[in-house]
Design a protein around this ligand. Sequence first.
Ligand SMILES: [Zn+2]
Length: 340
Amino acid sequence: MTQGWSELIGQSSVRAGFQAAISQRRLGGSYLFIGPPGTGKHTVVQLLAKTLLCRLSDPQEMTPCGHCEACQQVVAGSHPDILRVQKPKDKTVIPVASFIGEPDNRMREGFCHDLRIRPLMGGWKVGVIDDADCLNEEGANCLLKTLEEPPSKTVVILIGTSEQRQLPTIRSRCQTVRLGPLSRDDSCKLLRDVHGVQQGDEILHEAVQISGGDIHAAVRLLEGESGAVRDGLLKLLQDRAPNPVEIAKFFNQQVSEVGKDASKRRAMLRDLFSISVQHFRQRMRSEVFAGRLQHVTGNRLDRSLRAIRELDRSANQATLIECFASDIASGETGDRGEIG
Ligand SMILES: [Zn+2]
């Protein structure tokens, strides 16, 4: 468990930014944290909360003790002055009621209301909105006033994975803090020390690369959590003439099995494309080794990498799957340029 800022892996500029803001007493009221999963967004929120709420250490010192009641409550998620909004598992967006209360109790409960109540412990209040990717216009509108004029000694943090998914009204009212992909050394350290994965640097780094900097996806890939899924997909990809209908069917089946949660569906797709990247990369290596490199193998590798890049921009997953399956079967890279 992270105790102090020294244990934050990478993200040194984020740490330095908050250190400067806190020591100069100019900590902002609203922040938008953006970064791939597993790069430290929640860790920074927790460290910031401990720094502000620790009973034994002045915030300006940036050295929360880690063992006072407040620090322990932060870690346990039970601190009364930390308010948290998350998307319910069975919903695709964060319900308006989470912010402004149920219809018969509007503005008398919910995140925006509770944030204005005096801190119970007499210090700071911290509001956290997880899954900011899943804010819709309606939810965002409820938040605008709170983000514009947060009460004093209050900090609101929204957590999202990509900038494109945030509404302009939200972006313009928050300071954006980017938690970029971790360096090679930092991601290896994180995978070993925090996630307990024990493989060589090369393998760890490759997993992070094909996961697009998403550390959680890299862990799933390395731990072979997707074992059965992996075997099923490999069987289809290893075929001399891959069947596009079967591939698309397999993808759709896996995606529908994880439910309606858009981020989980995207994570499943990322895993599937990552398995595909790994497969074609390995095949290319063995073809090179045997001195008979096939042109289509390189194309299929490129196509799989492209699919991962497209994942974040794509609104229509069904089309993405269909195009991928058809290109893999025909051995095309899918690079259709900007037009068409
Ligand atoms: Zn403490």
